[in-house]
Ligand binder design. Sequence first.
Ligand code: NAD
Length: 299
Amino acid sequence: MADRVQEPDREANKSSLRRLGIVGAGTMGRGIAWTAARAGFTVIAVDVDEKARQALLDHARARAERAVGRGELSLEAAEAALRRLSAHEAPEALAGSEAVIEAVYEAPDVKRSVFAAVEAAVDPATLLLTNTSSLSVTEIAAGLRRPERLVGMHFFNPADVMPLVEIVRAAQSDPAAVAAAVSLAESLGKTPIVVRDTPGFVVNRVARAYYNESLRLIEWGQGKPEAIDALFEARGFKMGPFALQDLIGLDVNFATTSTVFAQTFYEPRFRPSLLQKAYVFAGRLGRKRGRGFYRYDDR
Ligand code: NAD
């Protein structure tokens, strides 16, 4: 069996970067952190929330055990990957990172204050990346001391599984920073596609129609989420639109639609759903809260 086990410490050979910072240890930060540690990077994760930091380490351990169980990683490689990963509260821990990926809440003021702290902690040459789903990377960059080093790096959920990464070129992005982001994504084993900084970029822009129309269907009494999801799944989709919203997080999805709507100067076809807004304010955020369109019983 040993010959089927991958080489220990898959080398991050496409990019010269070795030390990666990640700010935000939520749904996305966790997946990115494990992907990077497994690919050979030393990963410094930062989050203000102690539970999120612990969840990131637990997630990595669970993923490592699963990979060993499936014969994808040797035990030694898995243990080495886990040792490369650490979680911290203060952004000062990012010092020495060659690149930092921001994955905090989808709120411009939060991202702005995080980047101010990141810029204070890292070297002027450090590549800065934002995992924003829909905020303007150009606007985020405008708040930086060195806007030319910020590039969008938009992973898809679950980040340790989905291969696509949109590399978002902001108006100020230095072409060398864009090229570095592409090679970093390749070193993480991802498929990077360079896109322009337009509202929702490409995938989320097109996906708005998928979510909005499915929400309108239930608002108009066409059926329940289960029935609509079953139709899509019978058609060959891995998940219907409601199961997928529960996975992504209804708050994240609502924020994305609201941002795309605002950024297109209120183009009516992107208008968010009132039903989705009600779910968000009722705390039914999806899997992460145990309830969204479906109930998730941790027993
Ligand atoms: P999340 O709510 O699961 O996690 C966000 C984390 O950021 C939390 O753990 C929170 O404690 C932390 N945080 C908040 N303020 C902080 C600060 N000042 N310093 C350090 N940590 C801080 O969110 P998520 O779903 O992981 O989304 C993160 C980003 O990725 C957002 O910009 C989102 O739009 C984007 N994104 C999300 C998805 C998705 O499907 N969930 C997909 C692609 C991109």
